[in-house]
Design a protein around this ligand. Structure first.
Ligand code: HXC
Ligand code: NAP
Length: 271
């Protein structure tokens, strides 16, 4: 449920824009899709499961938005290319690309299989490259200045025990984003990342913190003493694709309640 209401951003702020959101049918991606849609954007949500993308598109349409659900696997370049073409054919272009799709699981590195490593890196890092590459020509032609926002996490630079492939892949995405900011800045595309902290009611938090019985320990390490909300991440992404962010390129917007700076639990402090 969004607590950030539409008056925070100007109504119709994203009118006339088309957004392509990977993993836009669930969790944080769906929250981004909903916020963009409320602000007037046409939204394509793309992921592997037909029921997921179709339900998301239907719910956006029921709320009055223009939406498209597309089945694609970001690991497959040709499939991504076709999905982008389908979106651009429908609405005349693509202005915004959100690389949000990801896979992750907790596994000690000494027990991880090579295919387990490869699977996560393929979805997160290679998938992000595939979408950026396939989206380039559309984004570069955007009259609103093309935007890429890649969803990463501060664990990428802080270290992430039990999630080595995701940490490495997200660090790779951060590096790719900076390179694209340099290469594609002159070509009418701004590239940035958003790094969420632990977000409540998401598959990510469930798999990585709750199912491993680490939710309380993680909460102890968040200075503002709560998990974040999906709409707080959506709002950060919305700022980066807005007209207010036309001079923001190659940066990381960390939205984690200060989690990245707090290595120790409050409980371990003597007070
Ligand atoms: C060890 C595992 C594993 C586990 C899968 N593998 N799960 N290894 N522990 N829990 C291994 C498998 O054994 C296999 O290797 C390889 O990974 C591929 O597994 P598949 O199931 O065939 O892969 P696939 O069907 O492509 O599924 C990808 C997936 C899955 C990542 C494994 O979980 C998925 O689809 N996830 C999408 C949703 C998701 O994870 N969302 C969370 C994003 S959260 P072998 O060697 O056996 O062949 C996030 C940040 C969270 O990114 C931040 C938290 C705060
Ligand atoms: P989620 O609901 O599981 O979202 C992941 C999405 O990616 C799903 O919609 C999934 O849809 C899609 N996906 C997975 N593999 C795909 C593939 N190969 N091709 C296309 N789509 C694929 O997880 P979430 O927690 O909202 O996470 C969203 C993003 O936020 C991720 O990038 C994650 O790393 C980041 N993040 C999350 C948290 C958190 O606390 N949740 C913290 C930091 C960063 P299908 O199954 O239909 O393919």
């Amino acid at each position: 449920m969004s607590e950030i209401n539409s008056s925070i951003f100007a109504p119709a702020m994203l009118a006339g824009r088309t957004a392509f959101i990977t993993g836009g049918g669930t969790g944080i991606g769906l929250g981004i899709a909903q916020m963009f849609s409320r602000l007037g954007a046409r939204v394509a949500v793309a992921s592997r499961k037909q029921d997921v993308v179709m339900a998301a598109a239907k719910s956006l349409q029921s709320a009055g938005g223009e939406a498209l659900g597309i089945v694609t696997d970001v690991r497959n370049y040709d499939a991504v290319d076709a999905a982008m073409k389908q979106t651009a054919d429908r609405w005349g272009g693509i202005d915004i690309l959100i690389n949000n799709a990801a896979g992750n699981f907790a596994c000690p590195t000494e027990e991880l299989s090579p295919n387990g490593w490869k699977t996560v890196v393929d979805i997160d890092l290679n998938g992000t490259f595939n979408c950026c590459r396939a989206g380039f020509s559309y984004l570069s032609a955007s009259p609103h200045v093309g935007r890429i926002v890649n969803i990463i996490t501060a664990y990428a630079w802080g270290g992430w025990p039990g999630c080595a492939p995701a940490a490495a892949a997200k660090a790779g995405i951060q590096s790719l984003t900076r390179t694209l900011a340099l290469e594609w800045g002159p070509k009418n595309i701004l590239s940035n990342t958003v790094a969420p902290g632990p977000i409540a009611d998401t598959v990510g938090t469930r798999k990585i913190h709750e199912e491993t019985d680490r939710a309380e320990a993680e909460l102890d390490r968040v200075p503002v003493a709560r998990f974040g909300r999906v709409d707080e991440i959506a709002a950060a992404v919305t700022y980066l694709v807005s007209p207010a962010a036309l001079y923001v390129n190659g940066t990381d917007l960390v939205v984690d309640g200060g989690r990245q700076f707090k290595a120790t639990s409050s409980r371990s402090r003597k007070s």
